[in-house]
Design a protein around this ligand. Structure first.
Ligand code: C5J
Length: 255
């Protein structure tokens, strides 16, 4: 078991039953010309977390943890995109419209891809989701149950939309949830702060938050495991994620 300092109190997890979830680090949200930009947002705010996510992914992969990537996208015929989602507001381009990276938020288009710097490695799960939440119409819960997963660690974008929705869905399904403060970002600083605050309030009513430094530190530390004689024994070797292949370049590392 691993325990780390978190808000509002310590978070404990067993790596074998914990998945790291990277929400929607897609070109459509991170790069100019995509869906996020069509709503008038400054996408450079989201680009700032890429190096942190690379370090965290490298550390998580090094210890053999399950990684799950999500992509918010729709079928080309948009039958899974309700008008209430497509027609809302006055964006410069709507979901399904053609932009510089192909049709916005449509599966298979360049804009729906995960950015190259955070490309999924072999064996990692990639979940296409038509909603904001990762559990809506994806079968994710069933797959997690089949792998006996109990704890989920959330990262990605945007904090108050798809990350928060997914973490709330997970909490309702019984998962112990942690969000990594510097590995998630919003187009709006105030919304990110409010989201972290409301999810961890009232005794971790939705879950916990921590920093990537603390989480990586917990992966580097010896695993506290009770042995038959009642003593603790270290099981995980010490690591330095910044020195790993791929940590700086974003090259995918097979887990
Ligand atoms: C949004 C997301 N903001 N991934 N999607 O529409 O947060």
């Amino acid at each position: 078991m691993k325990t780390l300092a978190a808000t509002p109190f310590e978070y404990t997890f067993d790596l074998a039953h914990t998945a790291l979830i990277v929400i929607d680090m897609q070109r459509d949200f991170i790069e100019a010309g995509g869906f996020g930009a069509s709503l008038g947002n400054d996408v450079t705010r989201l680009q700032a977390i890429i190096p942190t996510l690379q370090q965290l992914l490298a550390a998580w992969r090094h210890v053999g943890g399950l990684v799950i990537h999500t992509r918010e996208c729709h079928r080309p015929d948009l039958t899974d995109c309700p008008p209430a989602k497509r027609l809302r507001g006055k964006p410069s381009l709507r979901i399904g419209d053609a932009g510089p990276m192909g049709r916005l938020l449509v599966a298979g288009e360049p804009g729906a891809d995960i950015i190259e710097a955070l490309a999924p490695a072999a064996g990692e799960w990639v979940i296409d989701k038509p909603g904001k939440g990762a559990f809506h119409a994806t079968g994710l819960h069933e797959r997690l149950q089949a792998r006996a997963m109990t704890h989920l660690i959330f990262t990605g974008v945007t904090t108050e939309v798809c990350v928060q929705t997914s973490m709330r869905e997970a909490n309702d399904r019984g998962y112990e949830c942690l969000i990594v403060e510097d590995a998630t970002e919003s187009y709006f600083a105030a919304y990110k702060a409010a989201t972290l605050s409301m999810m961890t309030a009232q005794g971790a009513i939705i879950g916990w938050s921590t920093t990537s430094e603390r989480l990586i530190g917990s992966l580097e530390a010896p695993d506290a495991q009770t042995t038959t004689d009642g003593l603790s024994a270290p099981t995980i070797p010490s690591i330095n994620p910044t020195a790993m292949p791929g940590a700086a370049t974003g090259v995918a590392i097979a887990s």
